[in-house]
Design a protein around this ligand. Sequence first.
Ligand SMILES: [Zn+2]
Length: 366
Amino acid sequence: MVKFIASFTIVVLTLAAVRAQTPIVISDYPPINAIPDTKSAQVQAWLKEIGDLSGAPNIPLPNPTGQPPPCAKTPLPNECHWTCDGCSADDITACAAPNTWGLTFDDGPSTATPTLLNYLKTQKLSATFFLIGSNVIQYPDTVKREIAEGHHLASHTWSHHALTTLTNEQIVAEMKWTEKAVLAATGLKLKYMRPPYGDINNRVRYVLKKMGYIPVDWTGDEFDTNDWQIPTMSEATVIATFGKSLDAYAATNKTKGFYCLEHDLSTLTVGAAQKLIPLGQAHKINIANVAVCESDAQPYQLGGTAAMPTVPGVASPTNGTISSSSTGAAGAGPSVAGKTSSATAAPKVAGLLTAAAAVFVGAVLA
Ligand SMILES: [Zn+2]
């Protein structure tokens, strides 16, 4: 029955998403991998919509623009610059579910992403993909596939420049163009984001919050897999180093999970992922996407309410537990399809099914 509900819901959601998609015309978007022009009519319209940004903390912009900045010798009291002083304010820095690896991949989609998706499907795993907008418009079908196969999408900006070096208006442009591209591809408005290089301070947080975004960092240096350093750093070293991090985590009380830094950037990083993930499985650590980690049944600002991956397992978002067993439908990420004994679980599942059925009926009739 659970399998039926998952399969049925995925079909329904796929139909719903198809209806919401619009074709992506690359020339309608800013140049790829460049900081978008803030004077464009589109960005000006977004700035007007967002409103006054003058309340942002007055933190000077370092030079040069776009590169991860050097750390100030003495951080400003209101700066809270995560990569420099470890200050995370209210960023999410750890998967809220115990004994759980929050599986995330940054910098995609790329030509290597389909290989990763094939692997995740064989493992029945669901990940969060922190997408670069410039890549989304080049590979929209891969983004659509991510949704169709039960993954969760989030933002990693338009051009992957260090946000603390950009103006408030440039931050808006970076986020909103990415948001527009993903919305066009999937019908979903993103809610979570990861700052490139982990470069975030209180000014950046203020601007992100104005747009409804929740930053997700990773859980400290030991959970940076360093996959991006391959082949300068050997793959064997990356695997061995991360294995030690997992050993150390497994020896704790594991009341909170963790988020890792991984990338679907190249065949090298995707190859490493296929060796890193089995290490987590060998440690009997559950693996989940951000939406499941945070028990967020509405992991988008618009759309996708019932599109939360692994629908059966999130029957009770506030009470559900996460199972390491595989019980769901193909592509639905059932490794995080937990079962809950909560009495409130069944009605939630029924509610999702009802909502999905309504969408299904609408799709057929429209
Ligand atoms: Zn990145």
